[in-house]
Structures are given as C-alpha cells and as structure tokens.
Design a binder for this molecule. Structure first.
Ligand code: URA
Length: 435
C-alpha cells in the first residue's frame, strides 16, 4: 500500500488498520518512506488523533522496528517512567530500592528535555559511569545488580528515533497518541512485565493542568495494557520541585544521601514509596500498599538499596566507593551563594518551570541538542511551598560557574518565588489511573 494513501486516510479521519500502520512504520524504519511523508503522517495524527486500537497498533509496530529484549530472570522485570519535572531524581533511588526487593529494573532513561532534567545527564556526573553500554553489559548488570540505568541504544525502537526527530522539527511533539507510542514502544522493547508511570502536573510539568495530565495518563495506561504490559499511573505534583535540588551532580548527591538515610525528605519518600508499591502490587509480591511501602522503606533502613546502587555504579564503570564517598567524586561549582527573598514571609507559590530555566541559564541544561552540560551547577536546598523565607533562610543556594551566570540565575529564582502570608498547600499525589 502506498504511504500517501495511509496519510490521506488519516488526514480524512479514518481509523487505520494494524496492517496499514505496520507497513507505514516498516517503511519509516527502512527509509523507504520519505521525511516529508513521515512529517505529513505525524501532522495528520496530530489533528485527527487515533483510537486506542490504532495507538496500540502504532506502539507495537514501533516496538517491533528493532530488537525486543527478552529476560530469563528469577524475578519480575519492571520499570518506572516519569513525564519529567524539576528535582525529579526518583529513578536513582527507586531502581535500587526495587532491586533490593527482588525485582529487576532494566531502566532506559533519557536526557534533559526542555526545562526538565534527564536521568542520563545526572548519571554523567559520576566519573567513569558508562551510560551507553552494549546490550550484553546492560543484561549482565541488570542480572547481577538487579538494576541498570542506561541510555537509549540504537537497537531499541529505531522507528521512534526517526519519528521523534521529525516530530521535533515539525511542531508535532504534543500529540497524545504520538507521545504514548513513543514512550511505550521503548518500554515494550526493553521487555518489561510491569510499568508504573509518574505523570507530573503543575507549573514545572509538561502537562500544566489536571485535564491534560489525566488525558496523557489514561492514554498511556490503556495503550500499555492493550499492548500486554501491566501498567498503572500516578499523577503527582510538580507545582514545586520534588527533591530540593535541581542540577545534575546536586541531584546525584541528594540521591546518595537519601539512599544512605542521611537525607530525609517527606515528599520524595512519599512519591517514591507510592510508585514502588504500584510495581510490587502489580507483580503480586505484596497484596496491599502498606506492606509494599514498608518493604521498600526497609531497603533504605537496612542499606540494601544503597548496596544495589553501589553495585550498579561500579558495574557500569563508576567508582566502587561512590555512594559513601560521592563528595570526593562530584566536582563542586566555584561559586556557591544563597539567594534571599526581598521580604520575610511564607512561600505561597513557585513558578517551578522557571527554576528549570535557571538551571539551563547556569549551564546545567541544554539550549540546543549539541550543548555541553556543566554537571557542577544548579540550585540547592530549594525552599518548598509553605516554608518560611526570611533574612536568615534563603530561597536556595545557587551553584554557579561564574559571576554572570550566578546573577542571571539568582534573578530568575527570585522572580519564580511568591512569598507572602498565606502558606501554600501541597499535595504530593493527586490521582491514580489504572486500566
Ligand atoms: N518522551 C518520549 O520518549 N517521547 C515523547 O514523545 C515525549 C516524551
């Protein structure tokens, strides 16, 4: 069938058959479908949408465009995916916590996108850590440590790589069926059995409203389950930074402190335990959420999660003593200085996206895909909503490479915070979406 006929039918609002979608994606992968045709297809889907059945077909066709991993492991194979936010370093803690519960977590993560940070950029702060190992090493580390966090490889879902690149430059990224197929094709290619999605909502998320976040979560959950991957989603708050640190090495240091029990953070713990419990319940390791959360919590208290993290880092080329001695390995920025609010008061609201932009201003994120990242820089000890800001308590500490970037970031941070009388009310988890 001709690609232009598939595009024409989608343009006119028809539901495409599995065969049509499969053939189009095969042509997209082999290169026989031109860039112009892929762009037109993406735009037709953007305007006409897709039924759940079509989105499942698209997701499976994209999964099958490359290697689909299979695992022969003594426990369930699981993963967590976040739609992205500020101070969202949960993967670094949750993967080893799950591994310590007997689950296996082959986690394929991304780089920073827009104003949000990416797990891979954070891991690049660890000297020696290989974020692009071959599939053999990926498999070995997943088996031996129980978790391996790496970057996208060329073999998994190559159709997504081409389609995403074309969507990026044709204003067709923000399409729920295309986002759904893009995320899930990679998860399915990784051979997962259970998935939990952390869909962020609020001023620092891609989905600013509950309606948008629920729409994305429902699509992801329905299509994932339709494609045979048991999946639930939590909609969690991004109206303030999750961890009180934003910036690559700073978020890694926070994760190390969390895993060793030296840093205690209520919101981070609440969301981490809730996401992990979804997977333990889905995999039938536990039958109620409280038992699952206690099991996860225990991995911190006993040091079992810390030990898994240490094993993963060492197996992927990092220092063997990284966890305990991370301050020795994570390079500090030359300027570390507080930023205060102009008046005393309580943090009422935070324009969280601005904090992500401040990190980019410091050099900790990218303006264009080819930008190099300065892993040292970022924002530390960020005040959350409802906390008092006064002349002794800064909004945060800015870690900067030079005076000029410090000044620019400090101005953005000050404008992002509203300090007043009314304490901001904070809810960490807004909703749960299941099939
Ligand atoms: N992340 C992805 O992997 N794909 C999208 O389309 C959007 C976010």
């Amino acid at each position: 069938m001709l690609p232009q006929e598939v595009i024409r039918r989608k343009r006119d609002g028809a539901a495409l058959s599995r065969d049509e979608v499969q053939e189009f994606i095969a042509g997209l992968t082999s290169g026989s479908v031109s860039e112009g045709q892929v762009a037109a297809f993406a735009m037709a889907v953007f305007f006409k949408g897709m039924s759940r059945e079509e989105a499942v077909g698209l997701t499976l066709a994209m999964r099958d465009s490359g290697t689909v991993l299979t695992w022969d492991l003594p426990g369930p194979v699981v993963d967590k995916h976040s739609s992205g936010g500020i101070g969202d370093n949960l993967s670094l803690m949750l993967a080893p916590m799950l591994a310590a519960c007997g689950l296996y977590v082959p986690m394929i993560s991304g780089r920073g996108l827009g104003h949000t940070g990416g797990t891979l950029d954070k891991l690049d702060s660890i000297p020696g850590y290989v974020t692009q190992p071959g599939l053999d090493l990926f498999r070995k580390v997943t088996r031996d440590a129980g978790c391996a966090i790496i970057g996208q490889t060329a073999d998994l879902a190559p159709a997504d790589k081409r389609l995403y690149g074309i969507r990026d430059v044709t204003a067709t990224v923000e399409s729920i069926p295309l986002i759904t197929a893009s995320i899930l094709s990679k998860k399915l290619a990784a051979g997962l059995q259970h998935l939990v999605l952390d869909v962020k909502v609020g001023s620092g998320a891609f989905m600013a409203t509950m309606e948008e976040a629920v729409g994305l979560a429902e699509s992801l959950v329905a299509v994932a389950n339709g494609a045979g991957l048991r999946t639930t989603a939590l909609i969690t708050d991004m109206d303030e930074p999750l961890a009180p640190y934003a910036g690559n090495a700073l978020e890694v240091a926070h994760a190390c402190g969390f895993l060793t029990g030296e840093i205690v953070n209520r919101r981070v713990m609440e969301i981490t335990l809730a996401l992990g419990a979804e997977l333990l319940l889905s995999a039938r390791i536990d039958s109620d959420a409280e038992t699952a959360k206690a099991r996860l919590r225990n991995t911190i208290d006993t040091g079992a999660a810390a030990e898994r993290f240490e094993r993963m880092v060492a197996a992927l080329g990092g220092p063997t003593d990284f966890l305990r001695d991370h301050q020795k390995y994570l390079i500090q920025a030359p300027i570390i200085r507080p930023v205060f609010a102009d008046e005393n008061g309580v943090v009422a609201s935070i324009r969280t996206r601005e904090l992500g932009l401040a990190v980019i201003e410091l050099g900790g994120g990218r303006r264009v895909a080819t930008d190099m990242i300065d892993h040292r820089v970022g924002l530390a000890q960020l005040l959350g909503k409802g906390f008092a800001a006064d002349f002794n308590t800064p909004l945060c500490w800015v870690h900067a490479a030079d005076e000029a970037s410090f000044e620019r970031a400090a101005a953005i941070v000050k404008s992002a915070y509203s300090v007043g009388d009314a304490p901001g009310k904070s809810t960490a988890i807004h909703a749960r979406i299941a099939a």
